[in-house]
Structure formats: C-alpha cells, structure tokens
Design a protein around this ligand. Structure first.
Ligand SMILES: Nc1nc2c(c(=O)[nH]1)N[C@H]1C(S)=C(S)[C@@H](COP(=O)(O)O)O[C@H]1N2
Ligand SMILES: [Mo]
Length: 417
C-alpha cells in the first residue's frame, strides 16, 4: 500500500515534461456511455464460444505483431529476426517473439540423444544427457540477451526509418531456468590453470566462443526452460548457455561442449566478428558487457499522434549488462531539458526495466529522447560522443541516445539529434 502511494506521488511529480504545465489529473479518453450500448448484447454473447486448444496462439486480431526477418540470401541459415519492441508492453518477451540470430539455421535436435560434454582442464571429464541435467537443482532468472550488432544501422550517416523494434529489437528479455554452471564445473573439478571456457554449439557451423571462467562461475546458467516452458528450437533447444548481461554471441545455443582452457581459442566469431574497430584501426576483442541503453518504444518512429492537443504516455525500455537501471530521463526538446521517468518495479539486475512519463502535446515540433543511467553510474552517451569515442567505422555495441522527431502533424520520424 505504502509503496503504491509513493509511486503515485512520484508519478504526479514527474507527470509533465518541460515546456508544458504540470498535470494534476489524467484526461478521460473513453467515449461517453450510451444506454443503448449496455442493453444490447454483444454478438459474442449470443452463442457458445469456440474450441479449446492444446497449445495457444495469439488472437488473429494481433497477426501484425510479428518478428521481422532479415536473412542473408548468400549464406543459407544466416540472419536475424527482430522483436517488435514497439508493439509490446511490460518487460517479458513472449517466446514466439524472442529475437533470433542464427549463423547456420535452426538445427533439429532430439533431446534423447543430445549431450553436453565438460572437458579440457578438468579433473574428470563429464558427459551430461538432457535427462541428467533435468535432475539437477534448477535456478530461474530474468535477463535480457542483446546481440552485439543490435542498432548498428545507427552508425550509418542517414537515420533509418524502420520501426523501433525492427531497428533495435535484437534484444529480448525472458525468464531462463536451468542448472547453475558453477555446480557442473565444480563437479568436473576445475584445474587451477583453467581460465577460459570454450563453448561450442551443435549447429552446422559449430559456433564456438571463449568465455572467462569466472563469469560462468558467477552467474552462468545452462538453460533448459524459457518463460516457463522448454526452450524454443530457435533459441537453443534443448539446452543453451545464458551469460547474463554479456553480448549475445557468448550465449551459445544448442550447447554441446564446454572445454576448459588456459587461454581463449581465438575462434572465428571472436576475431573476424563481434570485435570493436577503434579509431586507430586496431580492433578491440572481448568487449563482453553490454552497456547501458534505453529506447522509447511508444510513441516511436512510424507512429502518428492521433489527438492534438493530447496527453500521451511516453514509455520504453532500459537495460544494462553491468547491473540495475537506476534512472531514466526523458526529453521532449532534443536533450536541452530532461525529466525523470517513472521506473516500473521490480527493477532487476541485467534485465529490461519499463519506464513511462506523461507528455502533453500541443502540436509543437518535438524531439523525444530517453537517457538511462545504471547503478554503476554509466550514462547513455549521445550519438556524437559515441561516434567520437568509437570512430565512424564502428559496427557493434551501439548504445547511444535514440531520437524520435514529432512534426506538427504528429508524424514521428527517426532523426540524429
Ligand atoms: N550455436 C549457436 N549459438 C548462438 C548463435 C548461433 O548462430 N549458433 N548465435 C549467437 C548470437 S550472435 C546471438 S546474438 C544469440 C542470439 O540468441 P537468440 O537467437 O536466442 O536470440 O545467440 C548466440 N548463440
Ligand atoms: Mo549476436
């Protein structure tokens, strides 16, 4: 009760953005009730409803809410599908809409014959069937996974007009359940020289990456469940690695081997890709932690504001691979002035946090932006600062402030501000 009261007060304090009068009450958006409306039964009440189903699917009226696929036709099985962040609310990504990044398509793996091997610098190499893994104590945690290449169109010189999710939706947030890796690695017996773990997937390209062992001992998970049900094939069925807050590539799907080693393996995917080219032409490797980031999901590019004047809930998502989100500020004037948005609880470590703030629009030109800060004190940079630091040939780890321009007609465009 107390908490509720506080957030209501906080909401009122932060309910208006600069340049507009503070609101004390919300406008009524519903149309007036007519007598006729309640005395007539709606058509759905005139006969029994439809069939039950063994496994549910979304309402047919929601058929536009889909992942958007960008596949590379030169390389079969290589591509991505984007989470429609601009169509979703709350913080949990439904399993059918979790983004996908495949280097070699989605393998068909029978859980009865699949194994995960732990070997290399261990006292006793172990081989786990899925049935073995299911008998271990399981742990659940909510976290995001973000591809290191997410938002990378924003390095280009002209701003893309793709919907928010189709430009920034190589990030999703789910509850993952599985066996803590510390348990399994300790069972195998970690030799003192083991500093890295080379994780390999059972897809056609045998995707493999090197991960510092300390991170896996800290919070690495062998996930078997995704939002309560077994993993989706696209997301690594029957077992994947979850490395909370670290770039997508290390979250190896269809996991078949963890090889403990004294040094990284320098695999294809940690040398030719997912590295950060610096202004001096050298590439930085192993930038694992995803940096603090946020995005206004609604209203956002491609949408039109229906009422002028009108009150709008500006809402979006913030996340950081370093810890919890501590603050999200929103600007309606391209970053000249900022107001704190309300953060929806619970605020979880390395997970999506939903923010919102009410905004009164009077038909004026506006640039909406959000700027997140995490508990380590990192603040989302402007695009200008990010590019000055990284150089213009950068390709991965884009986390700069994103700007939505609202024109006098209420149409919204993506701009670099
Ligand atoms: N075996 C395997 N694991 C993989 C990949 C892959 O192609 N094969 N793609 C990686 C990349 S680049 C990312 S961003 C994430 C994407 O996870 P998702 O498809 O479940 O969203 O998985 C990673 N794990
Ligand atoms: Mo990725």
């Amino acid at each position: 009760m107390e908490k509720h009261h506080k957030s209501r007060r906080q909401f009122l304090q932060h309910s208006a953005l600069s340049g507009v009068a503070m609101m004390t009450s919300l406008p009524i958006l519903a149309s007036e009730l007519t007598k006729n409306k309640v005395s007539t039964l709606s058509s759905s009440m005139l006969k029994p409803g439809g069939e039950f189903s063994n496994y549910g699917t979304p309402s047919p009226y929601e058929k536009e809410v889909i992942r958007w696929i960008s596949a590379n036709s030169d390389v079969p099985g290589n591509g991505v599908s984007w989470t429609p962040l601009h169509e979703l609310q709350g913080t949990i990504t439904p399993n059918g809409l979790h983004y996908e990044r495949h280097h070699n398509g989605v393998p068909d793996i029978n859980p009865d014959t699949h194994n995960v091997v732990i070997d290399g610098l261990v006292d006793k190499p172990l081989n786990f069937s899925i049935h073995h893994l299911l008998r271990y104590p399981q742990h659940s945690r909510i976290c995001f996974i973000e591809c290191g290449g997410n938002s990378n169109e924003n390095y280009k010189t002209s701003p893309s007009q793709a919907s928010a999710g189709y430009a920034h939706g190589l990030v999703s947030n789910a509850e993952w359940t599985g066996v803590p890796l510390a348990l399994l690695l300790n069972e195998a017996g970690i030799q003192s020289s083991a500093k890295w773990v080379i994780a390999e997937g059972a897809d056609a390209g045998a995707l493999n990456v090197s991960i510092p062992i300390d991170k896996l001992l800290d919070d690495g998970l062998l996930a078997l469940y995704q939002n309560g049900e077994r993993l989706r094939p696209e997301n690594g069925y029957p077992v994947r690695l979850i490395v909370p807050g670290w770039e997508g590539i290390v979250n190896v799907k269809w996991l078949r081997q963890l090889k403990l080693s004294a040094s990284p393996a320098m695999t294809r995917d940690e040398t030719s890709q997912y590295t950060d080219l610096q202004p001096d032409g050298k590439a930085q490797q192993f930038s694992f932690e995803m940096q603090v980031k946020s995005l206004i999901t609604s209203p956002s590019v491609g949408m039109t504001l229906p009422d002028n004047p009108g009150t709008y809930q500006v809402t979006g998502l913030a996340w950081s691979g370093i810890g919890k989100i501590s603050r999200v500020e929103v600007s309606a004037d391209g970053g000249q002035t900022w107001q704190d948005a309300l953060l929806q609880e619970p605020i979880l470590d390395k997970a999506f946090t939903r923010f919102s703030i009410a905004w009164q629009w009077h038909g004026q030109y506006a640039i909406l932006q959000s700027r997140a800060t995490d508990e380590s004190g990192q603040i989302q940079p402007t695009r200008e600062v990010l590019i000055a630091n990284r150089g213009k040939y950068s390709y991965y780890h884009y986390n700069a402030i994103i700007s939505w321009e609202v024109d006098e007609l209420g149409d919204i465009h993506h701009v670099y501000a």
